[in-house]
Design a protein around this ligand. Structure first.
Ligand code: 5GP
Ligand code: ZN
Length: 113
């Protein structure tokens, strides 16, 4: 998709902080870090959302999501995670290239302001 911002990140037409890449998917830091380490995992092939992606690609994306979630918890010392995918505008989807959010969560009592 020529006008898709995530396809442009995949094709290295615009910069992205890519933390993982293989033949099927990439993962990169979300531009607006909702929590520290907020990461997006996406298939390289363009699918609009989870309803459109084929089962094999979805399985691979979710396996990579689990692997990265484990690494993020360990490296960033997160206390938990939200893993979610928004589907269509009514659910808050703003980029129409299927993506899984990994949102590390921290114990707020430990945060120093
Ligand atoms: P959605 O609301 O569609 O579930 O999530 C889209 C996400 O993509 C948002 O969290 C937004 O911050 C992120 N995003 C939008 N444009 C860019 C971009 O150009 N680069 C990166 N790294 N993230 C982006
Ligand atoms: Zn795309």
């Amino acid at each position: 998709m020529s006008n898709c911002i995530f396809c442009k990140i995949i094709n290295k037409e615009i910069p992205g902080k890519i933390i993982y890449e293989d033949d099927v998917c990439i993962a990169f830091l979300d531009l607006s870090q909702a929590t520290y380490g907020h990461t997006l995992v996406i298939p390289k092939k363009h699918f609009e959302n989870i309803l459109e992606v084929d089962a094999q690609t979805l399985a691979h994306v979710m396996q990579v999501t689990q692997k990265l979630a484990k690494q993020i918890v360990e490296k960033l010392n997160a206390k938990g995670l939200n893993i979610l995918t928004n589907t269509n505008e009514v659910a808050g989807q703003t980029v129409h290239h299927f993506h899984v959010h990994i949102l590390p969560r921290y114990d707020e009592k430990e945060l120093v302001i």
